[in-house]
Design a protein around this ligand. Structure first.
Ligand code: CO8
Length: 244
């Protein structure tokens, strides 16, 4: 089990992403580890997505390093040979949703206050093609097309209806249920399951691997635009105002 614990909101900073990728790599290379449950140690929040401060007012070199770390995390998680189960015990916007979508199975706490989705459009930014591909592979073209354009965040019950999560359970039962699902998936021979998983995901993974440098350049160019920087600053302001 892996429990995210980066207060206050488990935002995916460069340090967080690097540590997450290293942990995944270690588990991947550990023959005794066949599966991982991903959850959060922070009440009400699974992960608030990419750390917006890493994308605001930084150098081109920093943007490149940050984006490579985001790619690395996704390549490892989406391409993992392990069984991956997301136990989503709180809000899961944008990058948080990507982590859940990259797992083999998603269980969410049955709380309509917790929402999940790729809300990039609401921030005035665009979910990269591989976020989109991962989303389409879970919910299908039509739901993804609408959800991405509107940047929708769905409360848990709606997320279940759309197939964005596989199951809802009362929060206190979340980990118990995740363990039961894990046992069910681990009952199969690894080899057959792994080849099947790879068959389903390979095209999407290969696409990023083939265009990784281009994707970094695209990100730097996009995020460096003054209009995009302005949108992000306004969004951060909005988050702060909402509090007072
Ligand atoms: N990055 C950095 N800081 C954040 C983030 C974040 N993603 N989310 C929250 N924070 C900060 C807040 O600004 C606040 O800071 P401070 O205490 O200094 O005011 C602190 O964390 C606590 O936040 P809240 O008061 O809002 O905490 P709540 O418990 O009320 O709410 C939520 C938690 C629901 C997670 C809420 O903070 C929220 O909605 N956050 C924004 C989530 C979001 O929209 N994330 C999207 C990030 S973008 C992304 O992941 C993909 C980008 C792809 C880029 C592609 C470009 C080409």
């Amino acid at each position: 089990m892996m429990k995210f614990k980066s207060p206050p909101v488990n935002s995916l900073s460069l340090d967080f992403l690097t540590e997450f990728s290293i942990s995944l790599e270690k588990l991947e290379n550990d023959r005794a580890c066949r599966g991982v449950i991903i959850t959060s140690a922070i009440p009400k929040i699974f992960s608030s997505g990419l750390d917006i401060t890493e994308m605001c007012g930084k150098s081109v070199e920093h943007y490149a390093e940050f984006w490579r770390a985001v790619q690395e995390m996704w390549l490892r998680l989406y391409g993992s040979n392990m069984v991956t189960v997301a136990a989503v015990n709180g809000a899961s916007p944008a990058g948080g949703c990507l982590i859940a979508l990259s797992c083999d199975y998603r269980i969410m706490a049955e709380n309509p206050k917790f929402s999940i989705g790729l809300n990039e459009a609401q921030l005035g930014i665009v979910a990269p093609f591989w976020f989109k591909d991962t989303f389409v592979n879970v919910v299908g073209q039509r739901i993804a097309e609408r959800a991405l354009q509107l940047g929708s965040l769905y409360p848990a019950p709606e997320a279940l209806k759309l197939g964005l999560v596989d199951e809802l359970v009362p929060e206190e039962k979340l980990l118990e249920k995740a363990s039961a699902v894990m046992a069910q998936w681990l009952a199969l021979p690894d080899h057959a399951r792994q080849i099947t998983k790879s068959m389903m995901r390979k095209a999407v993974l290969d696409r990023l691997v083939a265009h990784r440098e281009e994707d970094i350049k695209y990100f730097i160019n996009f995020i460096s635009k003054e209009s995009i920087q302005k949108s992000l600053r306004m969004y951060m302001e909005m988050l702060k105002k909402k509090k007072s």
